[in-house]
Design a binder for this molecule. Structure first.
Ligand code: SF4
Length: 369
């Protein structure tokens, strides 16, 4: 172990020790069997923002249904979104489909290896390009994800803000010579990620079981807690979102959102977002030409996102809408969707979750009696 005075000065990275640990301890993941570039890219996109254990059943179903880029390219967006349902961040599924279509049309259904060619494809950012090049093709590159940043900031005792461009560049400068030196680049990249996931864990680092402890600037769970250094968080913006189910004629009033912005192309019940609960409920009910008291409300349900803290207020309109309200809703793109169809629509997650409790039937019984 390095002494405290040597923080940030860990010399050469012990790649060989890490590689031999990976050889023994790596989890047997399906995309590690053959390193098929399609499977590697799919795993990278599925596992961004999602735990591997959660993504695995999706991965198996996906590969059984669409075993390569060309079969995926022929899928309908609705099928792809429905296969993705539950993984969240649906934009990833759309990007994957756009990528498959382009590869099918322009690259014979295969991923290119060259950095420039990969960057020209839709949906691939710097991290995914580096991951594909290293893990799928075993080329010299360096994918840096949250696990890698955590391991390296602890290993080097790096006190700069994480994540940051400056820190990523510093890590690249230190690690790229290692990737040039070793042949097992795909193993080295994954070993760093695996160490972060299994040993150098966010809350409790298992330093006693760590293959690089002897060279690590932190080396103990307590010292490891000081890294990575996070930027102070901007205060989350508080929002209230009121939405109302309008059950009518055996269906619900819903519309599809725009393909841009939050929840792209997903379906939603009438709703209004505002800075206060009173404002969001008031404006929503004004639009429906009913007093706020005529909607039966439940909730609130709070959801914290990185930059927003949203409180949802769920309501059900118990009486029928007037003609004026119906005309206004139609103008805004809403339509009455029969309950039989609602289950097949890609609804905003929280609304889908609420309706799933009711088997996509009349939501009246979701509310307290
Ligand atoms: S687990 Fe401990 S010893 Fe290993 S890299 Fe992380 S902080 Fe260092």
């Amino acid at each position: 172990m390095k002494s405290g005075g040597e923080l940030g000065k860990a010399s050469s990275f012990p790649s060989l020790a890490l590689l031999s640990w990976f050889e023994k301890e790596a989890r047997p993941l399906p995309w590690r069997e053959h390193y098929d570039p399609y499977q590697v890219a799919l795993s990278e996109m599925m596992c961004q923002q999602t735990q591997i254990a959660t993504a695995l059943p999706y991965f198996h179903r996906w590969i059984a249904r669409w075993p390569n880029w060309s079969s995926l390219a022929l899928a309908e967006e609705s099928e792809v979104l429905s296969a993705w349902e539950g993984l969240g961040y649906y934009q990833r599924a759309r990007r994957l489909l756009a990528l498959a279509k382009r590869l099918h049309l322009d690259h014979g259904g295969l991923l290119p290896k060259e950095r420039e060619a990969l960057f020209e494809l839709p949906g691939l950012g710097p991290y995914t390009v580096a991951a594909i090049r290293t893990i799928a093709f075993n080329l010299v590159d360096f994918p840096i994800d949250g696990n890698v940043r955590r391991v390296l900031s602890r290993f080097y005792g790096d006190g700069s803000f994480s994540p940051s461009k400056q820190q990523d560049e510093a890590f690249s400068e230190k690690m790229m010579p290692q990737f040039r030196r070793v042949r097992r680049r795909r193993e080295l990249a994954q070993a760093l990620m695996e160490l972060g996931a299994m040993v150098c864990r966010p809350k409790k680092a298992l330093c006693q079981s760590c293959p690089i402890q002897a060279d690590c600037c932190s080396a103990t769970p307590i010292r490891a807690q000081a890294f990575p250094v996070k930027k102070p968080k901007a205060k989350a913006k508080v929002l209230h979102l009121s939405f109302v189910w309008i059950p009518e004629s055996g269906g619900l009033w819903l519309r599809q959102r725009s393909p841009k912005g939050r929840f792209p192309s997903q379906y939603e019940a009438p709703n209004v977002e505002a800075l206060t609960e009173a404002d969001s409920k008031g404006r929503l009910c004004d639009g429906l030409c009913v007093p706020v008291a005529e909607v039966q409300w439940s909730g609130p349900i709070r959801r914290d996102f990185t930059t927003y803290q949203v409180t949802w207020h769920e309501g059900v309109l118990l009486n029928s809408m007037g003609f004026e309200a119906e005309a206004r809703l139609r103008e805004q793109g809403f339509d009455n969707h029969p309950y039989d169809h609602v289950a097949g629509l890609n609804l905003i997650p929280l609304m889908a979750k609420r309706l799933r409790l009711q088997n996509f039937k009349n939501p009246t019984s979701l509310l307290p009696s």
